[in-house]
Design a protein around this ligand. Structure first.
Ligand code: 15L
Length: 261
């Protein structure tokens, strides 16, 4: 099986590469930036998401695509629209044309960042906190469109804070460990239909449902709570009157719209 990873030079893809390696599986690593040389079972390709012929070539001979490419935080509107929204449409269209039936769209909780944080169901409506968050909501909608029109199997993941260790007290709720991220992507690679799921570890303090992800076979094993003593000693308990702490999107909700950071 050959799987295309877009955004392969990025941090999440770099963490996923060894974790998605399997005997008989080839990871095709695509990015607009050069990707560090592949191990065995990997091949690299330079491809811009918005370049139709490059994306057609990237999809050739592939059975599944894990879309991690694009801008990973706020940028000016024109850049977000071109790379994240148009780039996702080019990717889905290339997948359709090359008959790639299995698509994992790695989105973000910032698609729903302006909701107050506790107890979010799997189908929480889009409520973006930035143009970036809007592009992730658009990604979910495009994925659903390609499922409804062409019966492609699409999982859109609202990724939490994916990092080796939780970095702040908010991440005690939003953290997705690298190992759990790989478990969720692996489960998504065999899903049938369209699914919108939260990408979060089994954190004691998590705000988001894991029901839809678990229904795909995702079994998270990590819990940010292990890091609570260190983080609470450093930052203290979160002040829930602060919008940065009581909204899903945290600081993204209060920073300037359309300005790169
Ligand atoms: C995201 O969507 C970003 O890509 C990442 O850089 C983090 O900021 C993360 O959300 C988060 O809010 O923790």
């Amino acid at each position: 099986m050959r799987i295309l990873l877009t955004g392969a030079a990025g941090a999440v893809a770099t963490a996923l590469r060894p974790r998605l390696a399997r005997p008989g599986r080839v990871l095709r690593l695509a990015d607009v930036l050069p990707v560090a040389a592949g191990r065995s079972g990997e091949e690299t390709i330079l491809a811009d998401l918005t370049d139709e012929s490059a994306m057609a070539e990237a999809m050739n001979g592939v059975e599944a695509v894990v879309h991690l490419g694009g801008l990973s935080r706020e940028h000016p509107w024109a850049d977000i629209l071109r790379v994240n929204v148009h780039g996702t449409q080019v990717l889905l269209e290339a997948a359709r044309r090359e008959n790639v039936r299995q698509v994992v769209l790695v989105g973000s909780h910032h698609a729903a960042g302006f909701h107050p944080r506790p107890d979010a169901p799997d189908d929480l409506s889009p409520r973006p906190d930035t143009y970036y968050g809007f592009s992730k909501a658009a990604m979910e909608a495009l994925g659903r469109l390609y499922h409804d029109r062409f019966a492609m199997n699409v999982v859109a993941i609202r990724l939490g804070s994916c990092s080796e260790r939780p970095r702040d007290v908010r991440a005690l709720s939003t953290w997705l460990s690298h190992d759990d991220c790989a478990r969720l992507v692996e489960a998504s690679l065999t899903a049938r239909g369209f699914h919108l799921v939260w990408g979060v570890s089994a954190n004691t303090r998590r705000w988001w449902s894991l029901d839809a992800a678990r229904a795909l076979g995702y079994a998270p094993r990590d819990d940010a709570e292990l890091h609570a003593p260190r983080l609470l000693a450093e930052f203290g308990e979160p002040d829930l009157t602060d919008p940065v702490q009581h909204l899903v999107g945290g600081a993204f909700c209060v920073r300037d719209l359309g300005v790169s950071w």
